[in-house]
Design a protein around this ligand. Structure first.
Ligand SMILES: C#C[C@@H]1N[C@@H](C)[C@@H](O)[C@H]1O
Length: 438
């Protein structure tokens, strides 16, 4: 390995209580909300086919017109208490909110910028009441913060001239000030979710991202920050030039998930997922494949089975309400979580051989292993193959009333569980009690 000043400073996962809590939450809610919700993917009768929150970069969108949308930001139906209750009923245990996306508009009244809610008809702080409402409902809050800031005169994707470098130097001070301000104003938040760190200006300044992370940790010890913030001094991101993860969890799983346990290299990780193929901010016209609640539940189960967190994204409208399809997904997922949440919270990798019918999840630190059946075999017979020296002592479904299943022993450490009925409309969870033959 090579000597790095600004590579990973820790080998292996964090072992503190704050990270153990993050690891136990498993299901999160992402919220992308900002000026982009006003056009909602459309402008003067034309439809923008990209991600709605990137509409400012669309050649059909005059940037000056986009930058004046703040004069229309007035979410009269914004009710953070309702948002938090809805998330609680979905079973989300943490929430990530865009304080500032790439367009640079701040949902909090930052004293370092005029491009904030304070300048809008709404005037008031959006973030504070949201953090309070979610915390009151037992949901941890993480703040999404984009380093890219299209609105700030000193932002540079790639400094070319000495003047650029001086401007970008001012921009780095601005970033540091805004982050310190967010930690001071919202001290109960558990971490930052950084984005927009792919440009040369950031990638080529590993020292700054390293110092920034340490500066934030000094203000708020235990802060949880993923791998998307840092670069090392050779421009490597997420993993340093020695292949070691920088940050507290792997944060590269955006609209994709690992397939098998080897893909995560033993690191904590989090997957973030849109319900349409690629829309984070509100887009009036949802096109392409829209994920069903069952698809999202299966992704949550798959993530948990591979010892990772899963965060589902929602894009509220400019008035502060949620579109029907998103409300429906939250309700359906919540109904499933009410019965089966025990298989998700504190769930992790079971270490059993993967079977076609679905996923195994081990309740961390116990001999309780859940089977989550997503693909009911026409035979109704679920094959279970346990590691050597492991015996299956009991099996029952989680639903009410629990349906006991007598395991049929077919060979060494191999069993079949027969489902009495095969017509399930959502993934069915079976709790296995195993014992290790010491
Ligand atoms: C690309 C990109 C951004 N990363 C996702 C989390 C959204 O914020 C999207 O705009």
């Amino acid at each position: 390995s090579i000597t790095l000043q600004h590579g990973a400073h820790r080998i292996g996962n964090r072992t503190d209580a704050g990270m153990a809590r993050w690891r136990s939450l498993r299901l999160g809610q992402f919220i992308h909300w900002g000026l982009y919700a006003i056009p909602g993917g459309e402008w003067k009768g034309k439809t923008y086919n990209g991600a709605a929150e990137w509409i400012r970069s669309w050649k059909e969108m005059p940037q000056a017109e986009y930058d004046n949308l703040y004069k229309q930001f007035n979410p009269v139906n914004y009710q953070p208490e309702q948002w938090a209750l809805q998330a609680k009923n979905m079973g989300a245990k943490y929430m990530i909110i865009t304080t500032k996306h790439h367009d640079g508009f701040c949902l909090w009244p930052s004293k370092y910028s005029r491009y904030t809610v304070a300048s809008s008809p709404w005037k008031k702080d959006i973030i504070g009441p949201m953090v309070d409402a979610y915390n009151k409902n037992g949901i941890d809050v993480y703040l999404y913060f984009s380093i890219i800031d299209w609105n700030h005169p000193d932002w540079r994707a790639s400094p070319k001239t000495p003047a650029d470098s001086i401007a970008y130097g001012r921009f780095k001070v601005f970033v540091k000030n805004q982050l310190q301000e967010l930690l001071t104003k919202y001290p109960t938040i558990k971490g930052f979710w950084f984005d927009g760190t792919w440009d040369d200006s950031w990638k080529n300044d590993g020292a700054f991202s390293d110092e920034l992370e340490q500066y934030l940790q000094k203000i708020h010890p235990g802060l949880i920050i993923g791998s998307r913030l840092r670069a090392d001094e050779k421009g490597a991101r997420h993993f340093d030039s020695n292949g070691r993860l920088m940050g507290d969890y792997e944060q590269g799983w955006e609209r994709k998930l690992p397939e098998k346990i080897a893909d995560i290299h033993g690191n904590d990780w989090e997957g973030v997922m849109t319900i349409p193929e690629n829309q984070w901010g509100y887009n009036a016209r949802w096109a392409g494949h829209i994920k069903s609640a069952n698809e999202l539940i299966e992704m949550l189960v798959k993530s948990t089975s591979l010892a990772g967190n899963f965060v589902i994204n929602f894009g509220p409208k400019s008035d502060g309400t949620f579109r029907t399809e998103e409300v429906q997904r939250m309700q359906e997922i919540g109904q499933w979580m009410k019965v089966n949440g025990a298989a998700i919270y504190n769930g992790g990798y079971a270490g059993f051989e993967k079977q076609d019918w679905g996923y195994y999840i081990r309740k961390n630190g116990t001999d309780s292993v859940f089977m989550v059946v997503c693909n009911v075999p026409v035979s109704g017979d679920l094959r279970v193959k346990l590691p050597q020296q492991t015996t299956l002592t009991h099996a029952a479904t989680l639903e009410n009333p629990a349906q006991a299943i007598t395991p049929e022993v077919t060979g060494k450490n191999e069993y079949f569980l027969r489902l009495e009925t095969k017509n399930f409309h959502t993934p069915v969870v079976i709790l296995l009690q195993t014992s290790r033959n010491t």
